[in-house]
Write a protein that binds this ligand. Structure first.
Ligand code: FES
Ligand code: MG
Length: 581
């Protein structure tokens, strides 16, 4: 990795740093700040007159994807010390994707708020953000954008490839695939157990192109990480060296006053869209990128995703759309090698924490053109993302055609409606379920308010009776999200959601639904008057919370096509610095 500096601004004098309001004054309060720092065992020469780096650490004892952050944070500190800074670790909510219920999405904005307020309320001049497990990337970045101090995002890196009986296993994707085989009676309990101990072999994030790798790749493309960093496997020694480099680099960024607002532009978000399409990235990116852009004051809509998707084929041959895993992507040259293949379609003058994308592309090499395909040899004829709209989704919905069976990309079938997740779970495996491979499965009340938090229920299970017949994909429609490691003809993020009276709430079992991906349309064959009549008598299942965070969430969450930020967190207005007395 190179460490080229952006065009240098005049270096800031130390007295101008915000931390010096805490440490540098000659008043009663700063006496307290200094004496309490001495209390922690630091000598004057270790903290006085130095830039303070806040290291946001999303480590916890129950986040396997961030288990190494305990060590990485020390490596970041090492780099900060080396460069003459003073590091302080600030623990933040960990958001382990696979343990937090009902869904980490419920807490993305919570973490974003926490990061902003941690940075705002402490004597911090710049930040290193340690994240990677799905929501932690957008959340920490949203908070840091709003705070707008010099910031480097340190991506957790993916875990090693899974291995079972000599076969390579991919996080999530292979779980869904082999679970279907188990349900169909083709895998026994012993084999299932062997998979369980072979699929997650090290710390680090999911090693398919799921939401974690999608979001860290996009953060790097946006210029917020050291170029090349997001592809490094978590257990690789290069990951430790990258962490120390983040620590050294943030100190120079503080003196250069090189902030997210200097880096993020409409062009950098356009670059992120291009890379998202070439990666066949997670559908979750649509919610997160829109929210991140919103914090930066840059308009971004679902239509932008669809527009870019039409021009950019899928080049990264990574599961769930392709064959390989993140470890292979790193050995093939990593994200800079993909940027190089896309150079005609990227604005290489876009800024990064170290310089421009062009600097990174200049030294990039593609060592494996099967993993990172040249532009002329994409992995699929289908686009990675399509935005559909119609009377069933007036504000749009999202699909990943490259991960669906082609027969379902133009399809009409009768709906089978599940009113909520519990109803679906109770019914879907019944032998008397009236369903065929042509049925369109519909899940209601799983959106931002209805879920709540838009859980990853959008890959509705194929009914057991059809699995036994060999059916492996069906058209499925919901206002939920799905895991970035999922696949299939799943139409997600239907907006507005059913719980607030979107037309999805009007669908009844037996109604015909047509989807035509080529035409980007989704249509419920029920006339407008009848839809209006049904909605007028619709009562959503209760989601009333007497108190607490859920109550705040329900009152302020935005719909999926707007990025699901809280209304009161949106915007670019700077908050006042805290009074120090
Ligand atoms: Fe943490 Fe997938 S569960 S990245
Ligand atoms: Mg996930």
């Amino acid at each position: 990795m190179t460490s080229l500096k952006p065009e240098p601004k005049a270096k800031r004098p130390i007295e101008s740093l915000r931390s010096q309001r805490w440490f540098g004054a000659a008043d009663l309060r700063s006496f307290g700040h200094r004496s309490r720092t001495l209390q922690m065992g630091y000598a004057y020469e270790e903290f006085m007159g130095k830039p303070v780096v806040g290291i946001i650490n999303t480590w916890s004892d129950i986040n396997p994807c961030h288990a190494h952050f305990r060590h990485r944070v020390e490596e970041v500190k090492r780099g900060v010390w080396q460069a003459g800074g003073f590091p302080i670790e600030l623990p933040a909510m960990s958001l382990a994707e696979n343990f937090v219920k009902p869904t980490t999405m419920l807490y993305r904005n919570f973490l974003a708020m926490e990061v902003e307020e941690l940075l705002r309320s402490h004597p911090v001049d710049g930040a290193v953000l340690l994240g990677g497990c799905d929501k932690t990337t957008p959340a920490t970045i949203m908070g840091a954008i709003s705070m707008d101090l010099p910031t480097v995002f340190l991506p957790a890196g993916a875990m090693l490839r899974g291995n079972y009986a000599g076969k390579v296993l991919g996080s999530g994707s292979d779980v869904w695939k082999y679970w279907a085989e188990k349900q169909a009676g083709r895998i026994d309990d012993t084999e299932w157990r062997a998979m369980e101990s072979g699929i997650a072999r090290s710390f680090g994030t999911c090693m398919t192109m799921g939401t974690a790798s999608t979001m860290t790749s996009l953060a790097e493309t946006l210029g917020l990480s050291l170029p090349g960093s997001s592809s490094i496997p978590a257990p690789d020694s290069a990951h430790s060296r990258m962490a120390a480099e983040c620590g050294r680099h943030i100190v120079s960024m503080i003196f250069d006053d090189w902030k997210p607002s200097d880096i993020l532009t409409a062009a950098s978000f356009e670059n992120a869209l291009v890379v998202h399409m070439a990666l066949a990235g997670s559908t979750n990116a649509m919610v997160h990128l829109i929210a991140m852009a919103g914090r930066a004051g840059i308009p971004l809509t679902l239509e932008d995703f669809d527009r870019v998707a039409r021009d950019i084929p899928v080049l990264a041959n990574l599961r769930p759309s392709g064959e390989w895993l993140m470890e292979d992507f790193y050995y093939a040259g990593g994200l800079p090698a993909l940027w190089a293949e896309l150079r005609e379609h990227l604005d290489l003058s876009a800024k990064t924490v170290t310089g421009t994308l062009a600097d990174a592309v200049a030294t990039a090499r593609n060592y494996n053109p099967d993993v990172i395909r040249p532009f002329e040899n994409p992995i699929s004829d289908e686009v990675g993302t399509a935005i559909l709209s119609g009377n069933l989704a007036p504000d749009g919905c999202v699909m990943k055609p490259s991960a669906a069976e082609p027969r379902l990309l133009k399809h009409t079938g009768p709906a089978l409606v599940f009113r909520d997740y519990n109803e679906m779970s109770a019914m879907v495996d019944r032998d008397d379920l009236e369903v065929t491979a042509d049925t369109v499965l519909v899940l209601q009340n799983a959106g931002p308010v209805g879920g709540p938090g838009m859980p990853e229920w959008g890959m509705l299970p194929i009914p057991k009776k059809l699995l036994k017949q060999g059916v492996r994909d069906m058209l499925r429609i919901s206002d939920a999200r799905m895991s970035g490691t999922s696949y299939g003809a799943c139409i997600l993020h239907v907006s507005p959601e059913s719980h607030i009276g979107g037309p999805l709430a009007a669908v009844r079992t037996g109604d015909l639904i047509s989807v035509d991906v080529e035409a980007r349309s989704i249509h419920l064959h029920v006339d407008d008057l009848e839809i209006a009549r049904r909605l007028s008598t619709f009562t959503p299942p209760s989601r009333d919370y007497p108190r607490g965070y859920n109550k705040l969430f329900a009152a302020h969450i935005q719909q999926a096509h707007l990025g699901c930020d809280f209304d009161f967190l949106e915007g670019t207005e700077k908050l006042p610095e805290p009074e120090i007395h």
